[in-house]
Design a protein around this ligand. Structure first.
Ligand code: FES
Length: 108
């Protein structure tokens, strides 16, 4: 495959992994066995994978306005299961399970 790979940095945990531009940011993390972004439905419906892109470019599929308003989208918020990297990306976890991410062994 000729996919371009980008570096994803999860600022909350310091986790860094590689994500092809054809794979969602959440799926690439899960495929590599990495943790950091909470994972739920993988279909844009639950909102637990919500992140804020701090630097870099992403392409997003349609996202539920229940979880990401237009205003938030313009401010860089996105659902990790619905976004694909267009460059190296740094992001913060902002979804419902954000607190679990920050506990050393609290990720479930
Ligand atoms: S995992 Fe449910 S919205 Fe992304």
């Amino acid at each position: 495959m000729g996919a371009t790979r980008h570096r994803i940095t999860i600022l909350d945990t310091g986790e860094v992994y590689t994500c092809p531009d054809s794979v969602s940011v959440l799926k690439a993390m899960a495929q590599l066995g990495r943790k950091g972004i909470p994972s739920g439905c993988h279909g844009g419906g639950c909102g637990v994978c919500k992140v804020q892109v701090v630097s870099g470019e992403i392409e997003t599929l349609t996202m539920s306005r229940t979880h990401v308003s237009e205003e938030e989208e313009r401010a860089g918020f996105a659902l990790a299961c619905r976004c694909y990297p267009g460059s190296d990306v740094s992001l913060k976890v902002v979804g419902k399970m954000q607190k679990a991410v920050k506990r050393p062994y609290g990720f479930v």
